[in-house]
Each structure stands twice: as structure tokens, then as C-alpha cells.
Design a protein around this ligand. Sequence first.
Ligand SMILES: Nc1ncnc2c1ncn2[C@@H]1O[C@H](COP(=O)(O)OP(=O)(O)OP(=O)(O)O)[C@@H](O)[C@H]1O
Ligand SMILES: [Mg+2]
Length: 407
Amino acid sequence: MGCFAFRSGKTRSKSQPPSGSGARSPPPPADALPAKSAPAASDSSGASSGGRRSKTSSSVSTPTTPTRSIQELSDERGAQRLRVFHLDELGSATNGFSRALKVGEGGFGSVYRAFFRSAAGGRVVLAVKRLNQRSLQGHKQWLAEVQFLGVLEHPNLVKLIGYCAVDSEASKHRLLVYEFMPNKSLDDHLFNRAYPPLSWRLRLQIMIGAARGLDYLHEGVPEVQVIYRDFKASNILLDAEFKPKLSDFGLAREGPTEGKTHVSTAVVGTHGYAAPDYIETGHLTAKSDVWSFGVVLYEILTGRRSLERSRPAEEQKLLGWVRRHPPDGAEFRAIMDPRLGGRYPLAAAREVARLADRCLGKNPKERPAMRDVVEDLERVLQMEPPPPPADKKGGGGDGRRPPSAKR
Ligand SMILES: Nc1ncnc2c1ncn2[C@@H]1O[C@H](COP(=O)(O)OP(=O)(O)OP(=O)(O)O)[C@@H](O)[C@H]1O
Ligand SMILES: [Mg+2]
């Protein structure tokens, strides 16, 4: 994975975050940690802003109001919202970045469970992501994350609490502090046999939440359109109630400016999820995210990853395999995840596959808008019989109880 959408900020002295033109010191937040300015950077590659998008399922949304750049918005709002943490503070909250508190690892670095004291004296659990020390692309992704998540706010996006940047002659540190998501990611629950299988109903509910998150990015922010670029099961984190939140905005980009249909950019993302038209041309639109959404829809139907090298050759590429079992065909049922144990309504599953096929349309203009995807999935959810009363606590509709949330 690589991302060079943002120029890196200037080097600062120890414990000072990089600051930009909009640097300011907002009042400290109610529960104590000092807040300073959000770091700034400029987008060097041309697509600086978007605008309010008309709610339409047509090809590319049209800006209808004056636009702002994410950097402007970040200077204005991120500076107010985000807290600057000291490295020492994050060190002690994670017990010196102890392996025992490590909850995951990705391309950016390691993620830790971290314990803080609230102003009232209680214990607060947060997640701390620490950039790999020698990662070159890390700063750009860290900065994108701070800028986008400092501005964006939605129930289906993970909340960024603050950040830490330390540049000294001896070392550089980049960290991010998030709300803690106790139930790992959709990837873990779909593909890791250590977890009980997700019920059909819960799979749909998770995808509806994720679709709402994407719809917000594409059309819900008045001043700017955001293209996420890294939609995949491991970036859909699950809270204590299994509500999904999109994480990882390191590859996010602003959408096309007024009058333009796409952003031209270097191709980044995760193999198996990126739209072929984007890979071929470098032309990025919100419809690139819609393609990735279609891939994950097939993952929740089949319980298979978009690419599985351990399978027989003709089954390694998920999309190639499912195309041989079309939604209206007699063989469709063969693709369904055996871990569902047949506990799903076939008509609803066929509907989801038809929707996935539309998301995976060759022509990006013909792919649905995320708002239409949300509506379709909500309709499919209504096709469900209500879960039996005994399942109420489990929320799964088939007797599955979510694993208890560790705090
Ligand atoms: N806010 C959070 N709360 C709790 N756990 C988290 C949080 N953020 C990340 N994690 C855990 O850390 C893991 C690694 O996350 P990370 O985003 O670094 O990598 P990834 O998504 O698995 O891979 P990639 O680098 O390709 O995005 C996640 O799968 C999740 O289990
Ligand atoms: Mg991730």
C-alpha cells in the first residue's frame, strides 16, 4: 500500500505537532487533555476540494455550492476537536507499548488498548495506533487521518480523539488516539474461525451501517466530497453492540472539484478491492468506493476473501468464481457461506447478490450511489422474518450472541 496524496509537514521540535496557516490554540476540552492546532499539509496533486453533492444516483454527483478544502476545514474544525497527546502520556497509558496490550497490527503500525484517567477520576479506554518507526509513507497517511477524521463526524465513522507527533534529531513518532472498538473488525468475524459465525441479519446490519458511512463521505458533508479508497472488511470496526464504523482514512482523498468528473491520482488501495477502471486509468470517483463495497457484499454472502490463494485456481478470485453462479441461476446457493448453516432467506440473498453485481458494474457511471445502496439493503433487511424473542440479546437472529466486549 502506498499513498502520496499529501506533502509531509515541516519538522518540529519535540512534542510539537506540525502546524499550518490555520494554527491556533483552542480552549482546552472539558475533560482535561490540552488541545492544540491540528497539523496542516497541502494536497499536492490537484484535487483540493469538492462541494455539496446533489442526492442522485446518476453517474457523478454535481457540486452545487462553493467548495472548501479539507485542509481549511481541518484548520478550522480539527483544531477545535482534536487533542494533542504527549508521548509520555501515551507510553504510560499503554504500559510502555506493551505487547500484552497490543490488539492488532496493519500496514501503518501497531494498535494498543490504552488506559487513561478521566477528569472525574474514572478509567477511560482508548485505542492508540503507533506508526512504524521507519515507515516513509506513514507520515502522509497519519496526516490524512488527522485531517479527515478531525473534520468528519458520523455514527458509522470511528472517532479520532487526538494525535501525537514528536520530531527530534534522535527519533520521529506519529501516533493516533481513537475511541476503542471492542469487537475487532468485520474481517475477523467473517474469516477467523476463532469467532462464532455472524448471522445473516447481523451481516446485513453491518453492511447497512458501513453503507451509511460511505454515503456520508460521498454526499453528506456540505463543503467537500470524500472518497475513502480503502473500503474492505478489515477497515470496518465493530463497537460493543456490533455497530460498524469505518476506520483508516490514511488513503482518503477529496473528490473532484466543481466541473470535473474525477480526480487523477496514483493508484493506491488494497489488492482485490480497488475498481478496475481506477487501476487502469488512475481516474478516481466515488464510484470506486462503490465497487469495493460490492466486493465486500460478496464476502459477506460467501464468507470468502476477495483473493484466497489457498483455493483451487478457478476459485481463488472471488469475483470470477461468483460470476459463474449468478443470482438468478439454479446454482446460486452454492456460493453461500457454509457457516450460515442455511439460515438465511434465499430470496434476500439473491437480492444482495444482484445489488453487489450493480456495484461491480464495468461502467462506473452505472454503479448505484451509496444512498441507493443503503435503501436497497434496508429493503432486503425488511424481507427478514423478525428474530425469535430468545435471540434478542444476541442480536444475531439465529441464536448467535456477540462475544462479550472486553474493556
Ligand atoms: N479504534 C480501534 N479500537 C480497537 N481496535 C482497533 C482500532 N483500530 C484498529 N484496531 C485493531 O487493530 C487492527 C489493525 O488495524 P489497522 O487499521 O492498523 O490495520 P488493518 O486494517 O488490519 O490493515 P491495513 O493496514 O491494511 O488497513 C484492526 O484489525 C483492529 O483489530
Ligand atoms: Mg485498517
